[in-house]
Design a protein around this ligand. Structure first.
Ligand code: URA
Length: 197
C-alpha cells in the first residue's frame, strides 16, 4: 500500500476527533486499489462494516459488488470509502459536525489517489461533497467542482428492497466505466452540472 495512504489508514484507525469514536467497534478506513481511476464514496459504515473495519461489506456492499461484477469489474480493482469513517449509532445519518470533522480524511485520500472521477453514492455523499440534494434528479449525471470530475448515483442500500433500482445502479455503473474509458483515451466527457467551489 502507498505509504501516505497507510498513514491515513492509521490516523483513521486511531481517530478520536469526534464522538463517534466512543460508540464504534472499529473505524473504517477506505480500502482498495490506490491506482484506481475511480473512488466510490458512500455515507458511513453500517453494522457489518463497524464489526469488520472495512467499507461496504454488508448487504449494501453486495449490491455494489453486483453492479461492478455485472460489467466484469471486481471490487479490488477500485477504491471504496465513505464520507464518515465511523458508524453513527443505529445507522443514523451523520451530523454536520461529524461530516465536517471527517472531511480531511476523504480529501487526503483523493489527493493521494488522484482519481479521474469520483463516484458519489447517495444523498449524504452528494450533500457533503458537492452540496447537492435530490439524488434522484441528478443520478447518472457528470458533475465538476474545483477541476475534479464526479459521477452521481444512488446509494446501493436503496436497491435492497427495490428490484428496479438495482437495474438503475447497474446502468449507472456501466455508464461510469464507459466515461472512465473515454477519459483514459484522452477524450473530453461532457459535464452536466458545474458546482461552485
Ligand atoms: N453504507 C455506506 O454508506 N457505507 C458503507 O460502508 C456501508 C454501507
Amino acid at each position: 500500500m502507498d505509504s501516505y495512504l497507510e498513514n491515513i489508514r492509521q490516523d483513521v484507525i486511531n481517530c478520536t476527533n469526534c464522538d463517534l469514536c466512543k460508540t464504534r467497534t472499529n473505524s473504517v478506513p477506505g480500502k482498495g486499489n490506490f491506482h484506481s481511476d475511480v473512488i466510490f464514496v458512500g455515507e458511513a459504515p453500517g453494522r457489518n462494516e463497524d464489526l469488520r473495519g472495512e467499507p461496504f461489506v454488508g448487504v449494501a456492499g453486495k449490491k455494489l459488488s453486483l453492479a461492478l461484477e455485472n460489467i466484469g469489474i471486481s471490487r479490488n480493482e477500485v477504491y471504496i470509502t465513505n464520507t464518515v469513517k465511523c458508524r453513527p449509532p443505529n445507522n443514523r445519518v451523520p451530523t454536520k459536525i461529524e461530516k465536517e470533522t471527517c472531511r480531511e480524511y476523504l480529501q487526503k485520500e483523493i489527493e493521494i489517489i488522484k482519481p479521474k472521477i469520483i463516484c458519489i453514492l447517495g444523498n449524504t455523499a452528494f450533500g457533503s461533497i458537492l452540496g447537492g440534494t435530490e439524488i434522484t434528479k441528478f443520478r447518472g449525471k457528470v458533475a465538476k467542482k474545483n477541476n475534479q470530475l464526479y459521477f452521481i448515483t444512488i446509494h446501493p442500500a436503496a436497491t435492497i428492497y427495490n428490484q428496479e433500482l438495482i437495474e438503475v445502479l447497474k446502468e449507472d455503473i456501466k455508464k461510469l466505466f464507459g466515461l472512465i474509458r473515454e477519459l483514459k483515451n484522452g477524450k473530453q466527457v461532457s459535464i452536466d452540472i458545474e458546482f461552485s467551489p
